[in-house]
Design a protein around this ligand. Structure first.
Ligand SMILES: NC(=O)c1ccc[n+]([C@@H]2O[C@H](COP(=O)([O-])OP(=O)(O)OC[C@H]3O[C@@H](n4cnc5c(N)ncnc54)[C@H](O)[C@@H]3O)[C@@H](O)[C@H]2O)c1
Length: 254
């Protein structure tokens, strides 16, 4: 009962972007277990995630939108308001990574990473924030940053990714202050290396190079991010806004 009061999400509608796989899929299942109705918004749909949630007795549906395209985002959010009547939570998770040194990466590749990771999160946060304001909802937004917003990862070069995530962290603080009087809280999450399909695409030599850098001698699991997100979107975090929670197994400490 006490934990339900602090962390329960019954009656809440939570949007998760990029919930078709990886961190988004696992967190979507976690939010549903805490009682939220989950809406996945992703480019190609997330039927598997919806099935995983509904099979366990939870509520979920999926919609298609590219987070970089305002018209698609607006149409998807209008559909959420029509079907669910409101939006209480946004986990702004969709993102991409590019491992290329600066002289090899093209400007188009730089723009694509910034467009999805930073502008895409801005488009989504702005559109959801507007709906929350219009409906008088004191909602919660969690933007996906990364430890790469605070440190420069080695040995791979990924300036566009690092810059995009640093941008997400300061955009988060900016929106947190701008929207404070609406009662909308905006925070970010900065994971370390997490085992997901994004990480699975990484060559083994690179993972071997990372291993000595992990204080816990392992990558994180997506499940290990759920509690921090659950905290940030729950009533327990009523006085927490503009914060960045680092969940990296100590990576950024050394
Ligand atoms: N895996 C890690 O080690 C790690 C660490 C820190 C932060 N992150 C961040 O976590 C988030 C999820 O990463 P993941 O590891 O689960 O990756 P992933 O590649 O498994 O999932 C990313 C999801 O985002 C979706 N997506 C990408 N571009 C999109 C767009 N334009 N519109 C809509 N959806 C789009 C993809 O389709 C996919 O479902 C990303 O923002 C990533 O930067 C990951």
């Amino acid at each position: 009962m006490y934990l339900e009061e602090l962390f329960g999400l019954s009656g809440k509608t939570a949007i998760v972007t990029g919930a078709g796989r990886g961190i988004g899929q696992v967190v979507a299942c976690g939010l549903a277990k805490a009682g939220a109705e989950v809406v996945s918004i992703s480019r190609s749909g997330a039927p598997e995630t919806v099935e995983m949630i509904t099979k366990e007795g939870g509520k979920a549906y999926d919609l298609k939108a590219d987070v970089t395209k305002e018209a698609e985002v607006d149409a998807a959010l209008a559909e959420v308001v029509k079907r669910s009547g409101k939006i209480d939570i946004l986990f702004n998770n969709a993102g991409v990574c590019l491992h290329k040194d600066t002289f090899s990466a093209t400007i188009e590749e730089w723009r694509n990473v910034i467009d999805i990771n930073l502008t895409g999160e801005y488009i989504m946060a702005r559109a959801v924030g507007k709906i929350m304001v219009d409906l008088g909802i004191k909602g919660s937004i969690v933007n996906m940053a990364s430890m790469s917003g605070s440190v420069v990862n080695i040995p791979q070069w990924q300036a566009s990714y690092n810059a995009s995530k640093a941008g997400v962290m300061h955009m988060t603080k900016s929106l947190a202050v701008e929207w404070i009087d609406y009662g909308i809280r905006v925070n970010s999450l900065s994971p370390g290396y997490i085992s997901t399909p994004m990480a699975a695409d990484v060559p083994q030599e690179l993972k071997d190079a990372w291993m000595p850098l992990f204080p816990m001698h392992r990558m994180g699991k997506p499940e290990e991010l759920i509690p921090a997100i659950l905290y940030l979107v729950s009533p327990a975090a009523g006085y927490t806004t503009g914060a960045d929670i680092i969940v990296d197994g100590g990576y950024t400490l050394i």
